[in-house]
Ligand binder design. Sequence first.
Ligand SMILES: Cc1cc2nc3c(=O)[nH]c(=O)nc-3n(C[C@H](O)[C@H](O)[C@H](O)COP(=O)(O)OP(=O)(O)OC[C@H]3O[C@@H](n4cnc5c(N)ncnc54)[C@H](O)[C@@H]3O)c2cc1C
Length: 460
Amino acid sequence: MTNPFDRAVIVGGSIGGTLAAAAVAPHFAEVVLLDKDHLPDEAVFRKGVPQGAHFHALLAAGRQAMDELLPGFAEHAFELGAARLDSALDVMRLDRVGWSPRFESTLEFLMASRPLIEKALRDQAHQLANVRYDSGVEVAGLVGADGRVTGVRLADGRNIEADLVIDASGRFSQAPEWLQELGYPAPSEEVVNAHWGYSSTFLRVPENWDPGFRALAVTPFGEGALTPEAASRAMAMWVVEGDRRWILTAQGSGGDHPPRTEEKLREFISSIGVPELDKALAEVEFPEKISMWRDTRSRLRDFAGQPDRPEGFFAIGDAWMGFNPVYGQGMTAAALEARDLRSVIEEQLTEHPKDLTGLAGRFYAKADALIKYCWNSSNTLDHRIPGVDYTVDGEPRTVDASSSEFSDRLAAYMGLDPDRYIKYRETTQLLRSPEWLGSDEVVSAVKAHWDELGRAIVPR
Ligand SMILES: Cc1cc2nc3c(=O)[nH]c(=O)nc-3n(C[C@H](O)[C@H](O)[C@H](O)COP(=O)(O)OP(=O)(O)OC[C@H]3O[C@@H](n4cnc5c(N)ncnc54)[C@H](O)[C@@H]3O)c2cc1C
């Protein structure tokens, strides 16, 4: 069968770009991913993805969507050294409602460094005969005429024609400016900044190390903090490749940013007040440099609500919504959006063979529910952080610091029963619809045990 269209161009050959390429590949003679960076063959840090030095949790729904779009992704990642963790048995998690229950479960996590996840995806995409990466090519704008984007303008002055252009250039995407250059309005932009900062480093752990977990996440900040300093602090450490390469990330909110030197970073983490964490930390070495990240704003560009847009162009991944990374949603959202893209392009071409008119609108309409869900869930948490800033198109707005009384009790209730707990984890991993959490069955059970559950909201 011949493909109905000649070329799709994707700006950015990272996670969002690679998955978008897989989604549209069946319909184009060629899909070209342009990346300004030099994309390495190995799973190594690269400057086009500076966040690659920090921990990247892949939610179970993200892994599932990646496997659907690029079959064999997860198995390949495991072959490259990713760790396979039982989400309840191997993970020790301390939050505002205490330690999460530990037991053997069927919910598996794939834990890896960010460069490894990207390599595993790209290796799978290389197997698609009509997909190719063009490295070291920077896109500087769009080319368009008569209400349609017809290609991209490169920084070196060349133009590349395309039937479809997808912007997957990440959180620093210039898409609003590019649209304005063509005479279209920029999308409205909301920004929430709870002033989180990160410090991360890769660890060397002793041979056959058994600290009692393969991942540890400590997030009892706010009212659940164990020490006064910990009110703004969180951390996680887990195995990322092989048995001895672990990553450590410390996070501080409201401007309480973790430091860069080993001694100060150890002090920062120790101030959280968890003896199990102090013991583990005393047994590991910091052989690599400590990387910092400060720009953790959540930024939503309302592409779905744009009153006027050209045909033949849309944004995906962080170019659409750049997440506060603390909640680990970015890669998963990019994967779920790409899965939506695969289904809308099939629908579009079934209804209108050889016509992509309306595809951008269809795609935004379909993926918007997910985007807004992720936006609301991370903001509910960020809005409670002292000093949080919220703007719409640059204008300051008041935050809705809604009470956590119900959500904390809900989390405590879920931890009381293993089956219910796994169902809950599947929901937070975006594998299940969140509707169940608001169902009469769950809400009335939480209300019936309100005081008892309230007493659980002390970490230990
Ligand atoms: C500190 C930090 C920690 C994070 N932790 C997590 C986590 O735990 N879990 C999670 O799911 N997500 C996490 N994220 C988010 C995650 O990194 C992104 O959501 C994910 O990478 C989105 O992928 P993307 O392809 O949209 O953008 P990116 O991965 O940022 O890729 C953009 C690509 O576009 C290229 N590019 C940019 N401009 C141009 C141009 N003009 N021309 C050509 N190429 C261009 C870049 O070189 C790059 O390759 C974190 C982010 C940060 C900042």
